[in-house]
Write a protein that binds this ligand. Structure first.
Ligand SMILES: *Cc1c(COP(=O)(O)O)cnc(C)c1O
Ligand SMILES: [Zn+2]
Length: 422
């Protein structure tokens, strides 16, 4: 069965066949949605067929992905996806919420959500026999591409801003990618990557620009669907909810807007297959100093006006978001909204998540910071079931982590000194 039938432009609606285009709409530069053969999929599969697959990684959803099964031998790093969901009872109580969970994407192989996109893009690169895959990255997308490429012996080139956190640059280098640090912003690196890919014939993974990134990211929505199918009945009994289907509310940190639009795409795919009655409510969280998508949403517009981004959350520091239009729609079409958080609120969130055993990088903690704000202002109710995404590991940016906590005291190695301290 040929499940991948083409693309549709998110701006003008024009359709393209799979080999007709590679990146964005030739007419207006709009990002392309991957179109699957929903009728054929519906005829061939039931949810049970997919949920009974034994592969715990994101490849368990292969029937709904626009790539063929990558050969086992060629792709040892098959563990992207399948990330755990934790119940955060103490933080829920502190916020006056009944039910709060966190999906920990820091548990992906290179420690961020980006592994989902890179797994699918590298599978696509192998299908189209690309020699080199290149990406612009604030660090995580590059680490994910470099790691996945290293695992399958694919050549990778990464353009990152020279200000990228050390740990992320170390990952790129250790994975053996060609790393080029750009004396400029992520946006500068992005534009340069597109030009270089064109000039040298490289396959470009750039977030949003490459339609397969959202397809990889949608696998988190498929996992959330599967998890909530199993969890919501138990939850119903526990809280004694009367309604049959109380939709989940999901908090997502937003930079380029590709994670949030990928999640939305995943839920829309499930809805079109008739497998999901209620699409969850999606709430995007942006850093105050990098809020171009939030600005557009609150202006009731899809016109994304670039900002001059300033935030310590480097993974969501973006002047011109590359998936802004679809990111606005992800909240508008699901009854969600956008919340902005300050760097201080992000640091506070790192510390609070830490008290429940979750170590998040600043961008990852931003989603929780957004929930704190939303709970305080009535955007979510105390009875709403809520899922927060942590998109990246705190080990990615230790400098920021140290800003979130008090420094440890240093003492003489004597019992006397310990007594004095306590
Ligand atoms: C990339 C990234 C984000 C934001 O994803 P976008 O698709 O750019 O909106 C959030 N958190 C982390 C850790 C990331 O690496
Ligand atoms: Zn178009």
């Amino acid at each position: 069965m040929n499940k991948f039938v083409g693309y549709r432009c998110s701006l003008c609606g024009e359709g393209y066949s799979p080999l007709e285009v590679t990146y964005t709409c030739p007419k207006d530069g709009g990002n392309l949605d991957v179109v699957l053969d929903y009728d054929a999929l519906k005829n061939k599969y039931k949810p049970e067929d997919i949920l009974s697959r034994s592969d715990p990684s994101l490849w368990r959803f292969l029937p709904l992905l626009p790539v063929q099964e990558p050969s086992r031998a060629a792709t040892p790093l098959h563990v992207a996806g399948g990330t755990p969901v934790y119940r955060l009872r103490r933080l829920a109580a502190r916020l006056g919420l009944q039910s709060l969970w966190l999906k920990d994407e820091s548990r992906n192989p290179t420690a961020s959500f980006k592994d989902r996109a890179s797994a699918i893009v590298v599978a696509r690169a192998q299908e189209i026999s690309a020699e080199v895959v290149v990406t612009a990255s604030t660090g995580n997308a590059g680490a994910a591409l470099a790691g996945m490429a290293a695992a399958v012996g694919q050549r990778a080139i990464i353009f990152a801003p020279r200000s990228a956190p050390q740990a992320k640059v170390a990952q790129l280098l250790v994975f053996g990618a060609k790393v080029i640090l750009v004396d400029g912003t992520y946006d500068d690196a992005f534009d340069l990557t597109v030009k270089a890919a064109e000039e040298f014939g490289w396959y470009c993974r750039n977030t949003g620009y490459n339609p397969f990134t959202a397809e990889g990211k949608k696998t988190a929505a498929l996992e959330i669907w599967e998890w909530w199918e199993g969890a919501h009945e138990k939850w119903h009994e526990e809280v004694d909810a009367d309604e049959d289907h109380v939709p989940l509310t999901i908090f997502v940190p937003v930079g380029d807007g590709n994670i949030i639009s990928g999640l939305h795409k995943g839920f829309k795919d499930l809805y079109r297959l008739g497998w999901l009655p209620d699409v969850p409510r999606i709430i995007g969280v942006q850093a105050e100093g990098s809020a171009a998508i939030s600005n557009a949403f609150h202006a009731g517009s899809e016109a994304i006006v670039p900002v001059s981004a300033r935030t310590l959350a480097d993974s969501i520091s973006v002047d011109l978001p590359r998936d802004g239009v679809r990111a606005v729609r992800a909240t508008k079409e699901t009854g969600g909204t956008y919340v902005n958080v300050s760097d201080e609120e992000i640091l506070q969130a790192i510390a609070e998540l830490g008290t429940q055993g979750v170590f998040a990088e600043p961008a990852g903690a931003a989603a929780y910071a957004g929930l704190v704000k939303a709970a305080g202002s009535g955007v979510v109710g105390s009875e709403d079931p809520i899922l927060v995404l942590n998109t990246g590991s705190g080990l990615k940016d230790v400098r920021a982590a140290m800003q979130a906590v008090q420094p440890a005291p240093i003492i003489e190695p004597t019992l006397e000194a310990v007594k004095q301290l306590l």
